[in-house]
Design a binder for this molecule. Sequence first.
Ligand SMILES: [Zn+2]
Ligand SMILES: [Zn+2]
Ligand SMILES: [Zn+2]
Length: 97
Amino acid sequence: MNAVAGPVTSRHEPEDCYGSPLHCWVHGVDEPHKGTAYRICFECNHVYRSEAELVKAYNEGQDEANEIAKRNGWPLIRYRKKTARTIYFCPLCLHDW
Ligand SMILES: [Zn+2]
Ligand SMILES: [Zn+2]
Ligand SMILES: [Zn+2]
């Protein structure tokens, strides 16, 4: 049994925080939050602390996709959003929620 007192907020392997329900698979940290998170991805455990944070992550993903499309001469089909109401997946691990 590993003796970890609390969330490990520096990058680490999941074995090093065995049992932590906060381990984010995208960032390799235990995301600290006090039950007030806007949304927690049940797939990668990333914590979005506010709606704005989720929208920002989403838009960054869209910008990235557009950059790739531009480079390849593909049509741009990605749109930025202002609210999280119609964001149906985790922008970091791309899993539906
Ligand atoms: Zn961890
Ligand atoms: Zn996720
Ligand atoms: Zn994370």
